[in-house]
Design a protein around this ligand. Structure first.
Ligand code: F6P
Length: 322
């Protein structure tokens, strides 16, 4: 039997556990012996590699996070530690890896492949949805649903107390989570790093809306914008004249019960990853675009800068037109 391992790298997402479950089942179905690498690339270096069985993946499909842990490994960027990782994989006879992570993790794995020939298939997994070459990354749907529930709950207080709420989403330099959340939650304001803004431009319109009966505002802002969320709240108080509060959603966006969509995507990503490796695709990333999957080279994915979908950005312009 040939051996195959799975490793999670970087920020965890809801969808990793369903992927890990299907990994074990689909590997066994294909007469492969499945292995877990615990704690990300750190675990590769520290030899936390263990054979997996059906029992290991019972009762995890509904759990956020990752049963096998993850890490952002600085050591893996150094040649000597990658050599150690190779020794550890050789000791158990593993030459195929599935990596759940972001583009930085794929770049690291590509170097590892070039040095040591360990084949890998990357599955884009990050709530930020900021990987070039794929329109969808595992975990995004769950995160968007967590954000939706949070905004719906905050709206209750916003409307009861007649306040403006500045709600900050994660996403690093990418405004995807903020933008989709603003569009689907009926927010009055959405600020993301991809589009410049001028708060002054809203003053007249927002004040007029208050005169006409608007009692509360919801502003969704991405963590990557230059301004601090508290200064946006201050602007609401001073320039618009409405009491305001900030709610930084933080890590709730990374966790929680994976949605049906993420469970299904996990299933499909894993099947294709194993199929690809068995089909001698030695270094690829599985991308999802226009409803279909494709294998892309690491260069197409990790060396390009992600840009936000133009159609979505146009919708932002609709909100911005005050
Ligand atoms: O990449 C996912 C993410 O949650 C980003 O949205 C956020 O900026 C970052 O990770 C936080 O990373 P860490 O938990 O390592 O501080």
């Amino acid at each position: 039997m040939k051996n195959i391992a799975i490793v999670c790298s970087g920020g965890d997402v809801s969808g990793m556990n369903p992927a890990i479950k299907h990994f074990v089942e689909y590997a066994l179905k294909n007469s492969l012996t499945p292995y877990f690498v615990y704690d990300g690339y750190e675990g590769l270096i520290d030899n936390k590699i263990k054979k997996a069985s059906y029992c290991d993946v019972a009762s995890i499909i509904n759990k956020g996070g990752t049963k096998i842990g993850s890490s952002r490994s600085k050591r893996f960027m150094q040649k000597e530690y990658r050599a150690l990782a190779k020794q550890n994989l050789d000791a158990v006879g593993i030459d195929m890896l599935i990596v759940l992570g972001g583009d930085g993790s794929f770049r690291g794995m590509d170097i590892f492949y070039k040095e040591h020939g360990i084949k890998f298939c990357g599955i884009p997994s990050t709530i930020d949805n900021d990987i070039a070459g794929t329109s969808y990354c595992l975990g995004v749907d769950t995160s968007l649903n967590v954000i939706k529930n949070a905004i719906d709950a905050i709206r209750d207080t916003a409307s009861s107390f007649k306040r403006a709420f500045v709600i900050e989403t994660m996403g690093r330099e990418c405004g995807y989570l903020a933008l989709v959340s603003a569009l689907t939650s009926g927010a009055e304001l959405c600020l993301i790093p991809e589009m410049s803004y001028d708060l002054q431009a809203y003053e007249e319109s927002f004040k007029k809306q208050i005169e006409e009966g608007r009692e509360y505002f919801l502003a969704i802002v991405a963590e990557g914008i230059k301004e601090d969320s508290h200064s946006i709240a201050e602007w609401f108080e001073k320039s618009i004249g409405i009491e305001s509060r900030v709610s930084v959603l933080g890590y709730i966006q990374r966790g929680g019960n994976p949605t049906v969509y993420d469970r299904l995507m996990a299933y499909k990503f894993i099947s294709r990853a194993i199929d690809g490796l068995l089909d001698n695709r030695d270094e690829s990333v599985i991308c999802f675009n226009d409803g279909g999957f494709s294998y892309k080279s690491i260069h197409e994915v990790a060396e390009q800068k992600y840009t936000l979908d133009k159609a979505l950005l146009n919708h932002l312009k609709d909100i911005r037109d005050v």
